[in-house]
Design a protein around this ligand. Structure first.
Ligand SMILES: NC(=O)c1ccc[n+]([C@@H]2O[C@H](COP(=O)([O-])OP(=O)(O)OC[C@H]3O[C@@H](n4cnc5c(N)ncnc54)[C@H](OP(=O)(O)O)[C@@H]3O)[C@@H](O)[C@H]2O)c1
Length: 274
């Protein structure tokens, strides 16, 4: 799988990860756990690393931690989770709980979820980074309406990552955030890269356009993910799935040719034609 450097350190990050919202929020039934374990195995075997979670996602952090423990995969994974609460003490308590649930003493990336009480948590995150409890600091959101706030924080604070929603069906970040990201050297995690699954509603039963063959996209999922990865300011996409066959499909988007600017325009035209 291709990698891209995290601008603040130069560390290489594989370009396709996995998101855990809903898809990893499951109970203790063994068949369900084994299915998610296979999702992680597919990710690691393809050279992927990033697993994104949050205390907002019910049991997803605990399920991820249990599976990483069973797989003894600490050295293979880049754990990203979030703080999603108000107040300094509550933030600290929640992050300690995430570390325990995910069974990692050091969290690779701690993000302020949907910018909730971000000024308070930013102070704690700086301290935790200095102390080596987290390796990177990030902020997240999922609405176009928050892009201006994300951009303003990138201009005023030193952060390592920004996570936001971006897909071929939701392209506002190309104008409103990615230029700022590139200027300030911030890594990006792309949430909702498949429009939370909604993109498939428009393409069901439709053949792939000719440009798909030129960029090695064999499925619509690969087409959608490669569209994002063709943008130079995109570091990693984190499609959510609980299904190994979908994970195999998604990781395949992380290697081979990525579309250039002209091909990305053709991809948008094909998408818009509907
Ligand atoms: N504010 C925030 O910080 C924020 C907000 C939203 C999301 N996120 C993060 O971003 C991640 C991704 O976003 P998302 O899960 O909302 O949306 P997404 O990745 O765009 O789409 C996920 C949906 O697509 C389906 N899917 C995945 N791969 C597929 C494939 N190859 N073929 C067909 N269907 C496929 C999944 O179902 P199956 O399980 O059936 O595969 C799931 O329903 C989340 O899991 C979460 O970690 C963060």
């Amino acid at each position: 799988m291709l990698t891209r450097p995290i601008p603040s350190t130069g560390e290489a990050l594989p370009v396709v990860g996995v998101g855990t919202w809903q898809t990893f929020d499951i109970g203790n039934d063994r068949a369900g756990l084994d299915q998610r374990k296979e999702v992680l195995r597919v990710l690691f075997e393809a050279g992927g690393k990033v697993v994104d979670s949050s205390p907002m996602y019910g049991r997803a952090e605990a399920v991820t931690g249990t599976l990483l423990g069973e797989m003894k995969a600490r050295d293979k994974v880049f754990v990203a989770t979030k703080v999603w609460t108000s107040g300094e003490r509550e933030g600290i308590r929640q992050m300690q709980e995430s570390s325990a649930k995910m069974q990692v003493p050091v969290i690779d990336l701690m993000q302020i979820h949907n910018l909730v009480d971000w000024r308070t948590h930013m102070k704690t995150l700086r301290k935790w980074k200095d102390e080596g409890r987290i390796r990177y600091i990030g902020i997240t959101h999922y609405t176009d309406g928050a892009l201006g706030d994300l951009a303003a924080i990138i201009r005023s604070e030193k952060i390592d990552f920004v996570q936001f929603a971006f897909s071929i069906g939701q392209r506002a970040p190309e104008e409103r955030l990615l230029p700022v990201v590139a200027e300030h050297g911030v890594a990006t995690l792309i949430n909702r890269p498949l429009g939370s699954g909604g993109l498939f509603g428009k393409t069901r039963g439709r053949p792939l356009p000719p440009v798909a063959a030129d960029i090695g996209a064999a499925t619509w999922a690969q087409f959608f993910l490669k569209y994002l990865l063709g943008h130079p300011a995109v570091t990693c996409v984190i499609p959510g799935t609980g299904k190994p066959e979908h994970a195999r499909d998604n990781v395949a988007a992380g290697s081979g040719v990525m579309p250039d600017a002209a091909q990305r325009r053709l991809m948008v035209e094909a998408w818009e034609r509907g």
